[in-house]
Write a protein that binds this ligand. Structure first.
Ligand SMILES: COc1cc(COC(=O)c2cn[nH]c2)cc(-c2cccnc2)c1
Length: 240
Protein backbone atom coordinates (compact mmCIF):
# COMPACT_ATOMS: atom_id res chain seq x y z
CA UNK A 1 0.00 0.00 0.00
CA UNK A 2 1.16 3.51 -0.77
CA UNK A 3 0.07 6.36 1.48
CA UNK A 4 0.55 10.04 0.67
CA UNK A 5 -0.28 12.91 3.00
CA UNK A 6 -0.53 16.58 1.95
CA UNK A 7 -0.28 19.06 4.82
CA UNK A 8 1.09 22.50 5.79
CA UNK A 9 2.71 20.84 8.82
CA UNK A 10 4.72 17.85 7.51
CA UNK A 11 6.42 17.50 10.91
CA UNK A 12 3.07 16.51 12.43
CA UNK A 13 3.28 13.24 10.49
CA UNK A 14 6.74 12.27 11.80
CA UNK A 15 5.24 9.74 14.30
CA UNK A 16 4.22 7.59 11.32
CA UNK A 17 7.87 6.68 10.90
CA UNK A 18 8.20 5.45 14.49
CA UNK A 19 7.72 1.97 16.01
CA UNK A 20 5.34 -0.53 14.38
CA UNK A 21 4.45 1.71 11.44
CA UNK A 22 8.06 2.72 10.96
CA UNK A 23 9.04 -0.95 10.80
CA UNK A 24 6.27 -1.64 8.28
CA UNK A 25 7.66 1.13 6.08
CA UNK A 26 11.23 -0.18 6.43
CA UNK A 27 9.97 -3.69 5.59
CA UNK A 28 8.39 -2.30 2.43
CA UNK A 29 4.85 -3.27 3.52
CA UNK A 30 3.86 0.39 3.24
CA UNK A 31 5.26 3.34 1.29
CA UNK A 32 4.73 6.75 2.86
CA UNK A 33 5.05 10.14 1.22
CA UNK A 34 4.49 13.39 3.18
CA UNK A 35 4.16 16.57 1.13
CA UNK A 36 4.17 20.25 2.15
CA UNK A 37 1.16 22.00 0.59
CA UNK A 38 3.11 25.24 0.52
CA UNK A 39 5.43 23.75 -2.13
CA UNK A 40 2.56 24.45 -4.56
CA UNK A 41 2.12 28.12 -3.72
CA UNK A 42 3.66 30.77 -5.97
CA UNK A 43 3.30 33.96 -3.98
CA UNK A 44 5.89 35.36 -1.63
CA UNK A 45 3.57 34.80 1.35
CA UNK A 46 2.89 31.18 0.30
CA UNK A 47 -0.81 31.81 0.98
CA UNK A 48 -2.89 28.65 1.29
CA UNK A 49 -6.09 30.26 2.62
CA UNK A 50 -8.43 33.16 1.88
CA UNK A 51 -11.62 34.74 3.25
CA UNK A 52 -14.87 32.74 2.93
CA UNK A 53 -17.44 33.78 0.29
CA UNK A 54 -20.67 34.69 2.10
CA UNK A 55 -18.71 35.95 5.10
CA UNK A 56 -18.40 34.18 8.44
CA UNK A 57 -15.54 33.46 10.81
CA UNK A 58 -12.10 32.14 9.86
CA UNK A 59 -10.52 31.32 6.53
CA UNK A 60 -10.96 28.68 3.82
CA UNK A 61 -8.15 26.81 2.06
CA UNK A 62 -7.71 27.86 -1.56
CA UNK A 63 -8.73 25.41 -4.32
CA UNK A 64 -5.93 26.30 -6.75
CA UNK A 65 -3.14 25.35 -4.32
CA UNK A 66 -4.85 22.08 -3.40
CA UNK A 67 -5.50 21.30 -7.05
CA UNK A 68 -1.86 21.72 -8.05
CA UNK A 69 -0.67 19.73 -5.02
CA UNK A 70 -3.09 16.83 -5.48
CA UNK A 71 -2.52 16.66 -9.26
CA UNK A 72 1.22 16.42 -8.58
CA UNK A 73 0.93 13.87 -5.77
CA UNK A 74 -1.73 11.73 -7.46
CA UNK A 75 -0.14 11.59 -10.91
CA UNK A 76 -2.02 9.01 -13.02
CA UNK A 77 -2.17 6.23 -10.42
CA UNK A 78 -5.67 5.47 -9.08
CA UNK A 79 -6.18 6.26 -5.40
CA UNK A 80 -8.79 6.91 -2.74
CA UNK A 81 -8.70 10.53 -1.54
CA UNK A 82 -9.48 10.99 2.15
CA UNK A 83 -10.30 14.34 3.78
CA UNK A 84 -10.56 14.26 7.59
CA UNK A 85 -13.24 16.71 8.74
CA UNK A 86 -15.70 17.11 11.64
CA UNK A 87 -18.39 17.14 8.94
CA UNK A 88 -17.44 13.69 7.64
CA UNK A 89 -19.01 10.26 7.81
CA UNK A 90 -17.80 8.33 10.87
CA UNK A 91 -14.48 6.50 10.47
CA UNK A 92 -14.94 3.06 12.04
CA UNK A 93 -13.13 -0.28 12.19
CA UNK A 94 -15.19 -1.25 9.15
CA UNK A 95 -13.75 1.74 7.29
CA UNK A 96 -10.24 0.69 8.30
CA UNK A 97 -10.93 -2.86 7.12
CA UNK A 98 -12.23 -1.61 3.78
CA UNK A 99 -9.32 0.77 3.20
CA UNK A 100 -6.77 -1.94 4.12
CA UNK A 101 -7.58 -3.44 0.73
CA UNK A 102 -6.76 -0.27 -1.19
CA UNK A 103 -3.64 0.04 -3.34
CA UNK A 104 -3.27 3.71 -2.54
CA UNK A 105 -4.60 6.28 -0.04
CA UNK A 106 -4.03 10.04 -0.33
CA UNK A 107 -4.89 12.15 2.73
CA UNK A 108 -5.60 15.89 2.43
CA UNK A 109 -5.11 17.63 5.79
CA UNK A 110 -7.37 20.65 6.11
CA UNK A 111 -6.81 23.52 8.50
CA UNK A 112 -8.64 26.78 9.23
CA UNK A 113 -12.38 26.32 8.58
CA UNK A 114 -11.74 23.73 5.90
CA UNK A 115 -10.96 23.28 2.23
CA UNK A 116 -12.92 24.89 -0.63
CA UNK A 117 -15.66 22.33 -1.41
CA UNK A 118 -14.77 22.34 -5.10
CA UNK A 119 -11.58 20.39 -4.32
CA UNK A 120 -13.63 17.44 -3.07
CA UNK A 121 -16.18 17.89 -5.87
CA UNK A 122 -13.53 18.05 -8.61
CA UNK A 123 -11.64 14.92 -7.52
CA UNK A 124 -14.86 13.01 -6.78
CA UNK A 125 -15.47 13.18 -10.54
CA UNK A 126 -12.55 10.80 -11.15
CA UNK A 127 -11.86 8.84 -7.95
CA UNK A 128 -13.42 7.78 -4.65
CA UNK A 129 -13.31 10.69 -2.19
CA UNK A 130 -14.21 10.17 1.48
CA UNK A 131 -14.85 13.04 3.88
CA UNK A 132 -14.51 11.24 7.23
CA UNK A 133 -14.66 12.14 10.90
CA UNK A 134 -12.73 10.34 13.65
CA UNK A 135 -15.07 11.74 16.30
CA UNK A 136 -17.50 14.45 17.31
CA UNK A 137 -15.05 17.16 18.25
CA UNK A 138 -13.17 19.84 16.34
CA UNK A 139 -9.41 19.67 15.86
CA UNK A 140 -7.26 22.47 14.51
CA UNK A 141 -6.19 20.39 11.52
CA UNK A 142 -6.60 17.01 9.89
CA UNK A 143 -3.05 15.79 10.67
CA UNK A 144 -3.90 14.13 14.00
CA UNK A 145 -6.89 12.43 12.39
CA UNK A 146 -4.56 11.09 9.67
CA UNK A 147 -2.25 9.61 12.33
CA UNK A 148 -5.27 7.82 13.82
CA UNK A 149 -6.61 6.50 10.52
CA UNK A 150 -3.23 5.43 9.11
CA UNK A 151 -2.47 3.45 12.28
CA UNK A 152 -5.92 1.79 12.24
CA UNK A 153 -5.47 0.79 8.58
CA UNK A 154 -1.79 -0.21 8.48
CA UNK A 155 -2.04 -2.51 11.52
CA UNK A 156 -4.48 -4.61 9.46
CA UNK A 157 -2.04 -5.15 6.58
CA UNK A 158 -0.57 -8.67 6.33
CA UNK A 159 2.83 -8.90 7.99
CA UNK A 160 2.49 -5.73 10.06
CA UNK A 161 1.20 -7.20 13.31
CA UNK A 162 3.27 -9.95 14.96
CA UNK A 163 0.20 -12.10 15.57
CA UNK A 164 -2.30 -11.42 12.76
CA UNK A 165 -5.09 -13.34 14.56
CA UNK A 166 -5.52 -10.38 16.90
CA UNK A 167 -6.55 -8.19 13.92
CA UNK A 168 -9.49 -10.58 13.32
CA UNK A 169 -10.34 -10.77 17.04
CA UNK A 170 -10.14 -7.00 17.30
CA UNK A 171 -12.41 -4.93 19.48
CA UNK A 172 -15.63 -4.41 17.57
CA UNK A 173 -15.00 -7.46 15.39
CA UNK A 174 -17.93 -9.17 17.19
CA UNK A 175 -19.68 -5.82 17.61
CA UNK A 176 -18.89 -5.61 21.33
CA UNK A 177 -16.31 -3.70 23.38
CA UNK A 178 -13.36 -5.66 24.71
CA UNK A 179 -13.80 -6.78 28.31
CA UNK A 180 -11.15 -6.45 31.07
CA UNK A 181 -7.71 -8.08 30.66
CA UNK A 182 -5.31 -9.30 33.39
CA UNK A 183 -1.73 -10.54 33.71
CA UNK A 184 0.68 -11.38 36.54
CA UNK A 185 0.82 -10.93 39.52
CA UNK A 186 -2.34 -12.77 40.61
CA UNK A 187 -2.78 -10.25 43.46
CA UNK A 188 -1.82 -6.57 43.15
CA UNK A 189 -2.59 -3.82 45.68
CA UNK A 190 -5.20 -6.06 47.26
CA UNK A 191 -6.92 -6.70 43.90
CA UNK A 192 -7.06 -10.28 42.62
CA UNK A 193 -7.36 -11.74 39.13
CA UNK A 194 -10.87 -13.28 38.71
CA UNK A 195 -10.61 -17.00 39.64
CA UNK A 196 -12.31 -18.20 36.46
CA UNK A 197 -9.36 -16.93 34.38
CA UNK A 198 -7.04 -19.26 36.26
CA UNK A 199 -9.44 -22.22 36.28
CA UNK A 200 -8.32 -23.79 32.99
CA UNK A 201 -12.03 -24.20 32.16
CA UNK A 202 -11.99 -22.69 28.67
CA UNK A 203 -15.76 -22.80 28.18
CA UNK A 204 -16.27 -20.97 31.49
CA UNK A 205 -13.52 -18.47 30.57
CA UNK A 206 -15.12 -17.77 27.18
CA UNK A 207 -18.55 -17.32 28.84
CA UNK A 208 -17.10 -15.01 31.51
CA UNK A 209 -15.28 -12.90 28.90
CA UNK A 210 -18.40 -12.56 26.76
CA UNK A 211 -20.45 -11.59 29.80
CA UNK A 212 -17.92 -8.90 30.73
CA UNK A 213 -17.90 -7.62 27.12
CA UNK A 214 -21.71 -7.49 27.03
CA UNK A 215 -21.82 -5.80 30.45
CA UNK A 216 -19.26 -3.17 29.40
CA UNK A 217 -20.94 -2.59 26.03
CA UNK A 218 -24.38 -2.18 27.65
CA UNK A 219 -22.92 0.29 30.15
CA UNK A 220 -20.68 2.33 27.84
CA UNK A 221 -21.97 1.88 24.29
CA UNK A 222 -25.65 0.81 24.29
CA UNK A 223 -25.72 2.04 20.69
CA UNK A 224 -23.45 -0.85 19.71
CA UNK A 225 -25.81 -3.34 21.37
CA UNK A 226 -28.79 -1.89 19.53
CA UNK A 227 -26.85 -2.22 16.26
CA UNK A 228 -26.16 -5.94 16.76
CA UNK A 229 -28.05 -8.27 14.43
CA UNK A 230 -30.51 -10.56 16.31
CA UNK A 231 -28.52 -13.73 15.62
CA UNK A 232 -25.46 -12.18 17.27
CA UNK A 233 -26.95 -12.57 20.78
CA UNK A 234 -27.84 -15.98 22.19
CA UNK A 235 -30.35 -16.61 25.00
CA UNK A 236 -27.71 -16.26 27.73
CA UNK A 237 -26.54 -12.97 26.19
CA UNK A 238 -29.98 -11.48 26.40
CA UNK A 239 -29.68 -11.14 30.17
CA UNK A 240 -27.82 -7.84 29.57
C1 LIG B 1 -11.15 19.72 6.19
O1 LIG B 1 -11.88 20.61 7.00
C2 LIG B 1 -11.62 20.66 8.36
C3 LIG B 1 -10.77 19.73 8.95
C4 LIG B 1 -10.56 19.86 10.33
C5 LIG B 1 -9.66 18.85 11.03
O2 LIG B 1 -10.39 17.64 11.27
C6 LIG B 1 -11.15 17.58 12.44
O3 LIG B 1 -11.29 18.54 13.17
C7 LIG B 1 -11.82 16.29 12.73
C8 LIG B 1 -11.74 15.14 11.98
N1 LIG B 1 -12.49 14.20 12.60
N2 LIG B 1 -13.05 14.76 13.70
C9 LIG B 1 -12.65 16.05 13.79
C10 LIG B 1 -11.15 20.88 11.07
C11 LIG B 1 -12.00 21.77 10.43
C12 LIG B 1 -12.65 22.84 11.19
C13 LIG B 1 -14.00 23.15 10.99
C14 LIG B 1 -14.58 24.16 11.73
C15 LIG B 1 -13.81 24.88 12.66
N3 LIG B 1 -12.52 24.56 12.83
C16 LIG B 1 -11.95 23.56 12.14
C17 LIG B 1 -12.25 21.68 9.07
Amino acid sequence: MRIDVVTIFPGYLAPLREALLGRAIEAGLVELGVHDLRDWTHDVHQAVDDSPYGGGPGMVMRPQVWGEALDAVLGDAPARLVVPTPAGRPFTQATAQAWAGEERLVFACGRYEGIDQRVVDAYAQRMPVDEVSIGDYVLVGGEVAVLVMVEAVVRLLPGVLGNPVSAQEDSFSDGLLEGPAYTRPVSWRGLDVPDVLRSGNHAAIARWRRDRALERTAARRPDLLDALPDHALDRTDRAF
